[in-house]
Design a protein around this ligand. Sequence first.
Ligand code: RNT
Ligand code: ZN
Length: 412
Amino acid sequence: MSYQTAKAAFAEWGVDTETALDRLTRIPISVHCWQGDDVVGFEQTSGTSGGGIQATGNHPGRARTPDELRADLQFAFSMIPGKHRLNLHAMYLDTDATPDRDEIEFEHFAPWVDWAGQQGIGLDFNPTFFAHAKADDNLTLSHPDPGIRAFWIEHGKRSRDIASRIGATLGLPCVNNIWVPDGYKDTPIDRLSARKRLETSLDTLLADTHDKTHMRDAVESKLFGIGVEACTVGSHEFYMGYAIRKGTLLCLDMGHFHPTENIADKLSSVALSLDEILLHVSRPMRWDSDHVILQSDDILQMAQELVSTDLLGRTHIGLDFFDATISRTAAWVIGTRNMQKALLRALLMPLDQLKSAEAALDFTTRLTMTEEFKDMPFGAVWTEFTTRADMPNGLGLIKELDRYQTSVSGRR
Ligand code: RNT
Ligand code: ZN
């Protein structure tokens, strides 16, 4: 179907496809660096990611250096319409120096900032509280040993300084997201003390004031992880209370809740108590497996909530998935484009009519509309979006993804 025909079909429902396309172009998505190298990073040490995070698979072409990762990202961004962001983790430093986590400085990330400036994209940042000898107990900021806590507090402070300078240099606010793996494999006897230690460490770490136009703090909760099945110190309740009391952003990772929970449903509730939200859009399969996101109901509902609740202006959309069984660059492109497709579908919904039906308790019309709308020509509008950005679709996309993967894996 041609775009013009699709446009007319949506217009019949009172939906303007041009407005939707225009809004979609202006929604930045924070693409996570760690899909490109299986969450390994560029510290001069070996070892696995730890903290219950694990990328599985051995597909050829893992980025082994910052230059390779940047080349892969550049390719991925060239297949994703719009201007987006890169989400960097502290362990992805680019330097010949070998600073420990409590020694990192802005200079160690300068090549990333230069590159982002050249690309005209913003950066987000994350302290790395895993994949380190001092995190081997799966305890960092809540460790009973004050020396270990101090080490991680210093890492967190430095990460905030770096994130602030990144934001100031690029002229775009940098979200600095704190996730710690802290927890217990078996049932702890004193959960409260662990949570008090985490709270005190966070208070110290976040004590310095930073300009919000340069950097915003976020905290990420989790239900459980491999090795910390019995108790996660930074649970949802812990961080929801913390973020509300301290005025940080709350990060909702879609893999960090019970599988039957609807994460989209949480947005409007937390939005009443928080200024801004960070999302880690992910696809958990039975557990926090971080599969590449699809146009699944979970993602479509999340996008619909963002649009219908008018939360796009104060939600930072970050991605968090990693699959090493397929082309890593393709994973980025497919996942990010799926997030955009979900947003496009939401932007094309006749929301005013749906809201009116709901307000009138006319649930029959509401259901008829949502189900009839599933047959609308969303694909033709998406094709128009990519064509205007001079980017391929379908067979053309497969060819491009394959061409890059083949040349990359041949090279490495
Ligand atoms: C882990 C969290 C966290 C990480 C990244 C690498 O369960 O989701 O966000 O995936 O920091
Ligand atoms: Zn996450």
